[in-house]
Ligand binder design. Sequence first.
Ligand code: FAD
Length: 315
Amino acid sequence: MSGSLEFDVIIIGGGPAGLCAAMYAGRGMLRAVLLERGITGGELLNTELIEDYPGFSSILGPELAQRMTEHAVKFGADIRQENVESIERGEDGVFDVITSLGSRYRAPTVILTAGGTPTKLGVPGEAEYAGRGVSYCAVCDGAFFKGETIAVVGGGDAAVEEADYLTRYAAKVYLIHRRHELRASKILQERLFANPKIEVIWNRRVLELVGGPTGLTAVELEDTVSGERSSLAVTGCFVFIGFQPNSGLIRGHFRHDASGYVITDDRMMTSIPGLFAAGDLRVQLTRQVTTAVGDATTAAIAVEKYLADRRAARD
Ligand SMILES: Cc1cc2nc3c(=O)[nH]c(=O)nc-3n(C[C@H](O)[C@H](O)[C@H](O)COP(=O)(O)OP(=O)(O)OC[C@H]3O[C@@H](n4cnc5c(N)ncnc54)[C@H](O)[C@@H]3O)c2cc1C
């Protein structure tokens, strides 16, 4: 393992939240480092068009990612391509952040912005039509399906709520569920069944997503009881079968909800003093670029105050 690297704050993840935190940390003259396992931009790199980021009525996801990266670098962001393996707070109140290159970064504060990953169906065509009909975010992509016939896959709260939401745009929404009853809460189910634009397709599993040059055209289904196969013509397929927050890096106990989303206070501090969380991996009502950068702004300012208080307590 190489020697330790000392900073005021270590930012983990280079999506919108991490890049925004790095920009603020730079402007706050903090010694900061941002560790990103891949290319900066996070989920923006998997997004075709963003139409709900203030100031940009329409911008390509990768272009917004590039602009955010350049903005952070302009204010001095030190971005390093490293995959973080663990975060642990020592008894001295300083965190050890270990990466797969064997580096040990040390700082009294960490802002964790590692996002999360929507659970995939894992069927042929899913990757090919992602962003061309296949989506994991109704708020983000719903408006692209005005007047069209689409499918939603899942049976929990997210699937049911988003199916209802998508009827604002789509002419018809099929909810495809592999069982004969939904897991979603009763109140959401009642709303779903009362919506004339929604039809539930019970006991069906998605086998394949098919399409052509214009994008998705159909989902191939299998009856989970009879094994019979069928094809459903749709131009959109929204998948809501789970989301895995990347909070497993934290060593030691921290407060989280049943799905692993990190619980913070209103300064974005987790139950571990000095460890802040921002963006998609945090417990919150919605997960958008705007909320990610909002969280990150609060976290970066809160880090400055935390460090000042820490220094004052030691003087
Ligand atoms: C298909 C799709 C379309 C979307 N469309 C929109 C939209 O139109 N409008 C909108 O507002 N929102 C949209 N969203 C949501 C938006 O992209 C997210 O809310 C936002 O990207 C969250 O930012 P984040 O920084 O918290 O996380 P992310 O963007 O997920 O970034 C997390 C970063 O952390 C890195 N990372 C993870 N683990 C490690 C590790 N161990 N070590 C180092 N780095 C790590 C990842 O590589 C990633 O770069 C969309 C999401 C998807 C999936």
